[in-house]
Design a protein around this ligand. Sequence first.
Ligand SMILES: Nc1ncnc2c1ncn2[C@@H]1O[C@H](COP(=O)(O)OP(=O)(O)OP(=O)(O)O)[C@@H](O)[C@H]1O
Ligand SMILES: [Mg+2]
Length: 366
Amino acid sequence: MTMILPTPTGSSSTGVAPVRLAVRGLRKVFADDPRPALEMLRSGATKAEVLQRLNVNVGVAEASFDIRAGEIFVIMGLSGSGKSTIVRLLNRLIEPSEGEIRLDGRDLTGLSYSNLVEVLRRDMSMVFQSFALLPNRTALENAAFGLEVAGVKRGERRRAALAALERVGLADYADRYPNELSGGMQQRVGLARALAKNPTIMLMDEAFSALDPLIRSDMQDELLRLQREDARTIVFISHDAEEAMRIADRIAVMEDGRIAQIGTPAEILRAPADEYVRAFFRGVDASRVLRARDIARPPDDGPPQPGLEPVAADTPIHALLGRVAAAPGPLPVVEADGRLIGVISRAVLLEALDRGGDAGREVRHG
Ligand SMILES: Nc1ncnc2c1ncn2[C@@H]1O[C@H](COP(=O)(O)OP(=O)(O)OP(=O)(O)O)[C@@H](O)[C@H]1O
Ligand SMILES: [Mg+2]
């Protein structure tokens, strides 16, 4: 089934922000001599073909993308598609075989190792899937650990770590040890450790995947709340389509070491690039992903009726039914700055909700 949803009239707020990370022609092959494998990849060979012919593992076959300031950029894809390899290339735990990574316009591939470490230490923090807490240290000491490694003085790092624990709601647990904390609390400490450095970029590799569903969605809310307070650039890796749809400004879907599609959740739901991408998002309920701005349309009959209470552009469409049904005409949709971006009529809303429901039903019936 092809899902065709109405074209949005609003532009996303990430459209104008400056590019922080620019990745071009990035490839990573795991071989002592990468040249034959790179040669094959350049002429379009797949990961499987390289493995078969040369017995060389391809981490990333080719990736090019921009990540903008303040956005949550989610990378998703099946196991082995190259997500973690991309993150490791971004924070330079491993060296690219080919390609360019620019941070704020500066080519990281050209920097000396000590310069590089300094740049990355200042700008980036990493949150892992396993909580990676030190068992014999308190929550506070764990939260301060990144600063300790970076050589920050004791008083200052305790202050920063305590402030970070406060931000994730764990100030009262500062003196507890990891085994006295629940999994969700431990992951909050992991998040606090990343926040304590006050990084402008956070790399999160399956950071919430080990958590129970309810705690996981709490953590997603927490991340979105922190992001509203203090927008950072976040690269978030996930297996989970619901999670990606919920938190992403944009999503890159990886398939066999290449990027199959990059777009906003609404763009990807509306027009998946191929069957692989479509299959990934099949179970997602579009009515919870799409926002008023995604379905708002230019008014057919001139400006909206005066006196109608406008709808905030980021309202999920499943929450609009009552208001739209009760209104005497199409409701105006406005961005946070008051700008009118279109209207939503009863017919447009019902059509979008109906298609969202279809997407859900399709999965339940196989
Ligand atoms: N150090 C390494 N040596 C050899 N091959 C590697 C190495 N690291 C990763 N790979 C290979 O690179 C490919 C991509 O691995 P990667 O860990 O990036 O996948 P992923 O998308 O993160 O998967 P998952 O969802 O399971 O975490 C895989 O085929 C993997 O076998
Ligand atoms: Mg991985």
